[in-house]
Design a protein around this ligand. Structure first.
Ligand code: GAF
Length: 369
């Protein structure tokens, strides 16, 4: 079984610098880094004013930049063919997350010159591990290194604006927050109602967190994500609250409406995040695992963002001794995580590989968080 290696910062920066020189003929003068993430628990809660607990991976994206004499941007990546060249206000698709950050920082009032950008990464793309936020945040960090310190809150707003306004994805802010503000291996308890961010120790003794990238195609994800978000807003209105965070779990017992399962997921998920944080603080790892599995069931049955590949990964991990397992990130494909004894990692990964092969699905990939 092969585990995707995070590689070293030096190696990735060198790859990006080599690309900048070979593709665009310029020499980098500044570099930035940002982590991918897994979310331990608290899914589809950020845009509902709720709680989540993402963990920064050692797998990261690195951007290098060179100053230009004009105001244009050119951007290349070791991961995507072709290049963006032009006015960053016109960036879309992949370029929204690189050139689009230059546009967004200027919108935020930061004087950013024209730049050439190259990126390299060890965050698997399309795996639900926040490769997009790692990209935009690495570019933001490189630009901050180029022009002088930029307030982290400005960097955060700019990377979120690049995703919302240039890429057209109405995401909730969890991914950029952890990419910019957490150090690798650190978990952050994020409260989207009061804006608090609390570092949480994540050191499960003798346990590993196996990430299973299902490699399931999820082309429809953007539209479905936006629909879920809009439906949650409808649910909040129907319940007479600002966000679903404000709903009392007891009130859902008598509520009716097609949106009820969505509301139930968000309300119970916020509770699970609190219980999970408490469980890991007191070393109750079996309880933490059980909460992860309940979270998955709620995302599968109530929020309806799982898929067969994710369910199979979770069920297989549980059958091979995982304390808990769940999908992580937006869903509809992407990755699952499993909390399991170190000596079960190999066996579990082999079992997932075999289960996927039997169903003629794409071969999954693995890494350790
Ligand atoms: C994606 C989004 F980008 C996040 O903001 C969050 O909503 C997540 O899906 C689901 O929890 O990663």
């Amino acid at each position: 079984m092969h585990l995707i290696d995070p590689g070293s910062a030096g190696e990735h920066v060198q790859r990006a610098a080599t690309l900048l020189q070979s593709a665009l003929g310029t020499v980098p003068v500044a570099a930035g880094r940002a982590s991918g993430r897994v979310n331990l628990i608290g899914e589809h809660t950020d845009y509902n004013g709720g709680l989540c607990l993402p963990l920064a991976l050692r797998h990261a994206t690195y951007a290098v930049v060179a100053r230009r004499r004009d105001h244009l941007v050119r951007a290349v990546s070791t991961l995507a063919p072709g290049a963006f060249a032009g006015d960053p206000a016109k960036a879309s698709g992949w370029a929204a997350y690189s050139a689009g950050v230059v546009w967004a920082l200027r919108e935020e009032g930061v004087d950013v010159p024209g730049v050439d950008i190259a990126v390299a990464s060890s965050v698997p793309v399309g795996a639900g591990l926040s490769s997009s936020a790692a990209l935009s945040c690495a570019v933001a960090m490189a630009l901050a290194a180029l022009v002088g310190p930029i307030d982290p809150e400005v960097l955060l707003r700019a990377t979120i604006r690049a995703e919302h306004e240039r890429a057209g994805a109405p995401t909730g802010g969890m991914d950029q927050t952890v990419a910019l503000l957490a150090t690798p291996g650190e978990a952050l308890l994020l409260d989207f109602a009061d804006g608090s961010r609390t570092p949480v120790g994540w050191a499960p003794p003798d346990l590993a967190l196996l990430v299973i990238d299902t490699c399931a195609p999820h082309e429809l994800s953007d539209g479905q994500y936006a629909t879920r978000r809009a439906d949650c807003e409808t649910a909040a209105k129907a319940l007479g609250v600002g966000t679903l965070r404000d709903v009392d779990e007891a009130d859902l017992v008598t509520a009716h409406g097609p949106w009820l399962p969505l509301a139930r997921h968000v309300v119970t998920e916020n509770r699970r995040v609190e219980e999970f944080a408490q469980a890991i603080a007191t070393g109750e790892w079996a309880e933490a695992g059980a909460l992860m599995t309940s979270s998955h069931e709620s995302l599968r049955d109530d929020f309806a963002v799982s898929c067969e590949q994710l369910d199979t990964a979770v069920d297989t991990a549980l059958a091979h001794g995982a304390l808990g397992a769940r999908m992580t990130g937006g869903g509809f494909g992407g990755s699952a995580i499993a909390l399991l004894p170190h000596d079960r990692v190999e066996e579990t990964a082999e079992a997932v590989l075999a289960a996927y092969e039997r169903r003629h699905w794409r071969k999954p990939r693995f890494l350790l968080a």
